[in-house]
Design a protein around this ligand. Structure first.
Ligand code: SAH
Length: 555
């Protein structure tokens, strides 16, 4: 499947000019700058090694503007692991050298040549086959699949040893290569979608020019059988095309994943050009095109809607699944502050910033976009299921009778909620049973809030207050504290976390007796201890606050 855009990683301002020149070649690439050393990069990092390894593991092509040795040493621990090998290049910060290091089969030499050409230097290509033939035979262009890598390596080494080669079939990308062609050669590059037994003297390359059209859920095996029945190689399958009505059927997605091809959807009568249809023995329709097919141009994909939690703010507290989701998003919806927090974004990503109050409208807009086949992200701060967008999105879906909305691939991805982020910084004030409440009476009557506060106070639960106060709700917090004080002593520990995980964060430990509403604003998390919550001094100043795990007599 397709790779993420490259990451251009730099250590200082000295590399910025070269990085920007490379970025012109890859407009979707992001420049990663070392925190505090680089002025206005697209994103910052603090740990070079961890950042590089993470990019590599996420299959992101890496263009590092630093010494080749540093890059090799940093990635060395990962090189023995099987799995993705994205292109990795070192580029001299003064733009004088471009060195492809890893990812020979991922097109690193092509990237090196393109970058070198734009910097007007020569790429340091060291791959013999490429030097001799001007192309990597084992890395055919997109739209074509290599038959077998091991046989292929042997084939290339025979060629390098001086043998000539003939080309059977249509291989337009080899027209510019310098191959020792000879119609009588023993070695042959065979390009065709016909099923063929591998032979040592043949390099098999399959054009991906076949679609399987399914009108019902079928297993991968049925598609393999249909291809075999028509004497078509499974490697030539470009995609599976199914009726829109089958969009939400998991077995079909499993079949596509098993065959390693995208799944696309069309309406019942929709044409797929320019294929010629054949019906196989088991009743499947296979369409064969004269040249490779580009699956993104066929029908639409199943749309995706992810409701994500950013965590409190700091990038380290964002879960990796959320980062990956942001990278694949076409559209990002949310309250402007949170959308900004979720960035940086690429030019091709569409941001839909809205007011904090328009939650249902935003949820419906998200489904409309996802139903068109787009990959949509709705952002919340903290966790999306805690006084945030996940419930609004589900409410919108529940109310809707639109089958297309219900077919969307909907997923909720969790985040670190403000109460947990604040508690962690203070120690463990929520270390025993606790109760989470929003003090906002915008969506519920104040009387129910009072009742719950009273009962939670009586039950001796530690309390976490979200939305404790706002300009339009100035008196409620005072009343809430009075209710709690009926059940708790004035010495009860209280933690106030403001902008936790964001610039300028503050954390204060105080007591219920000393707490007044003017110490709290809408960006504050209020944690109130239970009767067992206690504090003791920290070596570095301030205090630890925790609620023991046990209750009653210490076990
Ligand atoms: N979904 C969010 C909560 C949204 S309600 C979450 O799980 O964290 C908004 C309230 O959360 C704010 O009024 C404030 O009380 C609290 N809050 C959100 N982010 C915060 C942060 N970084 N620091 C302290 N409190 C925060």
């Amino acid at each position: 499947m397709s790779r993420p855009a490259p990451a251009i990683v730099i250590l200082g301002n000295g590399s910025l000019a070269t990085a920007r020149r490379i970025q012109q070649l890859y407009p979707q690439a992001l420049i990663y700058g070392l925190d505090g050393r680089v002025e206005a990069p697209d994103c910052t990092y603090s740990d070079f090694g961890a950042t590089l390894r993470q990019l590599y593991q996420h299959d992101t092509p890496i263009i590092a503007l630093c010494a080749a040795g540093i890059v090799i040493r940093t990635l060395a621990p990962l090189l023995l692991e099987k799995g993705a090998e994205p292109p990795v290049l070192a580029v001299a910060e003064d733009a004088s050298a471009v060195v492809p290091l890893l990812g020979g089969l991922g097109g690193v030499n092509d990237m090196a040549r393109a970058i070198a050409a734009s910097l007007q230097v020569a790429a340091a290509i060291t791959t013999s086959g490429e030097l001799r033939f001007g192309t990597c035979l084992l890395n055919p262009p997109s739209g074509y699949a290599l038959g077998d890598l091991e046989t292929g390596k042997r084939f290339v080494s025979d060629l390098l040893a001086g043998e000539s080669v003939r080309i059977e079939g249509d291989a337009p990308w080899l027209a510019g290569a310098q191959l020792p062609e000879n119609p009588q050669a023993r070695l042959a590059i065979h390009v065709s979608s016909a099923e063929r037994e591998p032979a040592a003297n043949e390099l098999l390359i399959y054009p991906r020019n076949v679609v399987a059209r399914v009108a019902a859920v079928v297993p991968a095996q049925a598609i393999r059988e249909a291809l075999h029945d028509m004497q078509l190689a499974w490697q030539s399958l470009a995609c599976i095309v199914a009726d829109d009505a089958l969009m939400a059927r998991p077995q079909l997605h499993e079949a596509a994943a098993e065959l390693g091809v995208p799944l696309r959807f069309v309406s019942a009568g929709e044409q797929i050009l320019p294929v010629v249809w054949h019906e196989s023995g088991n009743g499947l329709l296979l369409g064969v095109a004269p040249a490779p097919l580009d699956p993104p141009l066929i029908g639409r994909p199943r749309g995706r809607l992810a409701v994500i939690g950013l965590g409190p703010g700091a990038a380290e507290l964002m879960v990796p699944a959320v980062k990956a989701e942001l990278a694949r998003a076409n559209d990002v919806l949310g309250y402007e502050t949170y959308v900004r927090m979720a960035g940086p974004f690429r030019d091709d990503q569409v941001l839909h910033c809205t007011d904090n109050r328009e939650e249902m409208q935003r949820a419906r807009h998200a489904f409309e976009l996802a139903a068109q086949g787009r990959s949509v992200v709705v952002v919340s701060s903290g966790d999306p299921g805690v006084f945030a967008m996940a419930a609004a999105v589900l409410e919108a879906l529940h109310e809707s009778g639109d089958a297309q909305w219900h077919s969307v691939d909907l997923e909720i991805l969790p985040g670190v909620s403000a109460s947990l982020a604040t508690a962690a910084q203070a120690g463990a004030p929520l270390g025993h049973d606790f109760c989470v409440m929003s003090l906002s009476d915008n969506l519920k009557p104040w009387s129910i809030i009072e009742k719950r506060l009273d009962l939670a106070g009586e039950a001796d639960l530690a309390l976490a207050f979200y939305n404790p106060i706002s300009r339009s709700r100035p008196w409620q917090l005072g009343v809430a504290l009075e209710i709690v004080a009926r059940h708790r002593s004035a010495e009860t520990p209280v933690v106030l976390g403001r902008d936790i995980g964001r610039p300028g964060q503050t954390l204060r430990a105080t007591t219920l007796g000393a707490l007044t509403p003017d110490q709290v604003d809408m960006r504050t998390m209020v944690l109130i201890g239970s009767s067992t919550t206690c504090t003791f001094p920290r070596a570095g100043g301030g205090e630890w606050v925790y609620t023991p795990r046990w209750y009653g007599d210490k076990p």
